[in-house]
Design a binder for this molecule. Sequence first.
Ligand code: 2AM
Length: 183
Amino acid sequence: MRLFVGLDLPSEMREPLALLCRGLGPVRWVPAANYHLTLRFIGEVAPDRAEEVDFALASLRVPGFPLRLGGLGVFERNGRIASLWAGVDRHPGLDRLQAKIETALQRAGLPAERRRFSPHVSLARLESPLTPTIAAWLQANNLFRTPEAAIRHFTLFRSYLGKLHPTYTVEAEYALESTFIPS
Ligand code: 2AM
């Protein structure tokens, strides 16, 4: 099974994100139901390893924290734009959660994640040079910000790859502690 750990975005963030996703011609917009923030990509694991992952995540004790999305960016691959994303305001609570997940998963036997944590919410997938239309879209929406929302749990998602889009299902949800790190 193909797994990743992430935040299921609160409903007050989904709508403003969905409103951004228009006006670019042939790009594959991420369906609003798929919006999420990845904390740790795990990839394919056997069912018994998935149980160990679940056990490790369930043992974490991490406070809740506020989350706000803002700004837009692109990831490039081979000199072409591969995805468009909304940025995330860095907050010590988010960084603490990500670090604790990484440590717990390594203790559970997963290889270390080599890539630096770069929180984002993917909005579109494409394979295109930076066209004037994309540049204009980035510029027009760069002041985008969502309201702040309280994060009180994180999620183990299962991903089923599809022809056009993957489907994500919730394998498990883990409550954060009731203590809350303010903004
Ligand atoms: P992305 O949105 O920037 O592509 C499920 O695939 C989630 O895990 C996506 O949010 C994806 O990020 C992220 N992810 C991180 N590393 C990945 C990898 N090596 N392969 C696929 N998805 C990855």
